[in-house]
Design a protein around this ligand. Structure first.
Ligand SMILES: O=P(O)(O)OP(=O)(O)OP(=O)(O)OC[C@H]1O[C@@H](n2cnc3c(O)ncnc32)[C@H](O)[C@@H]1O
Ligand SMILES: [Mg+2]
Length: 202
């Protein structure tokens, strides 16, 4: 596995919540995180139907544009009662044409599970695929999963996206009710970052 030996890492995301979590987790390891918006990078179209496919698109576009190693994150929720939906389309469920509405997206998730009947499982997984790409085209892939249950009504003010409806296994609070350190220590993104640190550092 190729090592990351710089101190500045381009994190190829336009999602402020992701960027904040990545910075919190990587800064203690001496990595200076720079986001895609700060580098004026365009948002590439995510045309693949897998997390790793879309993560590769984002990481390689950013590495080529900047000449820096770039770490992308493609993530989402897979809901067991919905055969894994919304999956790679998790962000699309929130699109309104005038920005993202996560209340609408979470309501849709709850409604679709409810429509499956009273015995439908409410289990789901948050999934994260990170791709570290170099300007020469080489890349490395890291993954993390957090299993949990989707609760209704939503609870909590922290975090972003679908956090207020996601209660991780072993907890009785949602990700939006957790302190950020706690979410990072168990989350899909936290686990993928740990794999990145174990694989590409030192
Ligand atoms: O593509 P980039 O620029 O990285 O940003 P994005 O927000 O479009 O990210 P994705 O395409 O990977 O879509 C991921 C979706 O899953 C949601 N999501 C991912 N991780 C999450 C987390 O930790 N908590 C809550 N929602 C999350 C997120 O809000 C998006 O709607
Ligand atoms: Mg996206």
């Amino acid at each position: 596995m190729r090592k990351f030996d710089g101190d500045k890492l381009l994190v190829a995301t336009h999602n402020a919540g992701k960027l904040q979590e990545m910075t919190e987790m990587l800064a203690p390891h001496g990595v200076t995180v720079v986001g895609a918006a700060a580098m004026d990078l365009p948002e590439p179209e995510e045309t693949e139907d897998t997390f790793v496919g879309n993560a590769r698109i984002k990481a390689h576009a950013a590495a080529k544009a900047t000449g820096l190693p770039a770490l992308s994150d493609d993530s989402g929720i897979t809901i067991d009662a919905l055969e894994g939906a919304p999956g790679v389309y998790t962000a699309d469920w929130a699109e309104t044409g005038q920005g993202r509405d996560f209340m609408m997206a979470m309501t849709r998730a709850n409604d679709e599970i409810t429509a499956k009947g009273p015995d439908a499982p409410r289990t789901a997984q948050f999934r994260c695929t990170l791709v570290l790409a170099w300007p020469d085209g080489h890349d490395e892939v890291f993954e993390g999963v957090m299993p949990g249950t989707l609760v209704w009504p939503i609870r909590g003010e922290h975090g972003f996206g679908y956090d207020p409806m996601f209660m991780p296994d072993g907890y009785d609070i949602t990700c939006a009710e957790m302190e950020k350190e706690e979410k990072n220590s168990i989350s899909h993104r936290g686990r993928a970052v740990q794999a990145f640190l174990a694989g590409c550092f030192g």
